[in-house]
Design a binder for this molecule. Sequence first.
Ligand SMILES: *Cc1c(COP(=O)(O)O)cnc(C)c1O
Ligand code: SF4
Length: 363
Amino acid sequence: MPQKGNRTAIKQTHMNASPGQTLRTPRQLARIGLVKSTDVAGLEQVTTRYAMAITPHVLELLRQPEEGNAIARQYLPSVHELIATPNEISDPIGDAAHSPVKGVIHRYPDRALLMPTQVCAVYCRFCFRREAVGPDYGALNDAELETALNYIRQSPAIWEVILTGGDPLILSARRLSEIIAALDDIPHVATLRIHSRVPVAAPERIDQALLDVLAATHKPINLAIHCNHAAELTPAAVAACQRLRKSGVALFGQSVLLKGVNDDAVILEALFRGMVAAGIKPYYLHQLDRAPGTSHFAVPISRGQEIVKNLRGKLSGLAQPTYILDIPGGAGKVPIGPGYLSGDDNYLMVEDPHGAKHALPAG
Ligand SMILES: *Cc1c(COP(=O)(O)O)cnc(C)c1O
Ligand code: SF4
């Protein structure tokens, strides 16, 4: 399915864009016909505010006639991003209030985020940290990293460290290995998690040097892969997932419910089946966090619940993520999927996957 594109067109695109080069400006997009040249000035306003990057792998996907639009909406800048609405906030889930030292966010007692870099392989147009990611925000230097690691060393409640950012998998294998080895040595840290878009955005980066680093830890590594459409699970991405699994990394899927990308039960079914077939357990389907200039991606929760309800019964339980909301302001993540129970302790009704109601015995 993901290979159905027009191969000739793709080859030409690569030639024009010079193969291997990541596109970073609207002008480059216009040069290869991905945006109109008359739109460049407007789009430059967007990309001076929010970083843009399109890897050669994503560019190839963008050129596919069938799925191109679902990919384009995720990565091509749009003038809609300049529209701020009153319910949007620059730090939608209140990260800043829970940051004890630079590069660490500690909101829940048992787990902390460690953000070694704010740079990503690609920049999603709906990113909830869009005001804090991009090449301008850089990476922790040695002293800052040491301070962040010391905070974790001195916080015995931290049982899980979640490497995020930015995208930790764009770091060099050497830098990543320093960080992972340091975490491996902290006795109270039982397990590591990495959040990344790299396996689907730049799968060639999952190379032997990186795999060796991941395989060298004693603690389990869980990798949450951000992927929103089955078209992103290209043969190269699936092969990268296979390499990761063979290196002992457990794979989880993280998706954001996005208008015009995946706000449809058929599309999500294909995504979650594609994930499980690639060895990825769908973990969370996120309600969009309301970062500035993202209102064109918003799907009402009622619609999200309807879509999720449609998948229940039809789709393997293994392929069902939890529909989740990060409460604006930083109060935490909660499941917001549809409810199936009604009534009270004396008279409970339960709805089955076909919509029929059944009485449950009291008590
Ligand atoms: C999302 C998040 C986590 C991870 O939450 P899980 O429900 O364990 O996936 C941890 N810390 C912060 C600050 C977060 O935003
Ligand atoms: S990869 Fe993650 S952090 Fe980077 S832009 Fe996309 S959503 Fe944001």
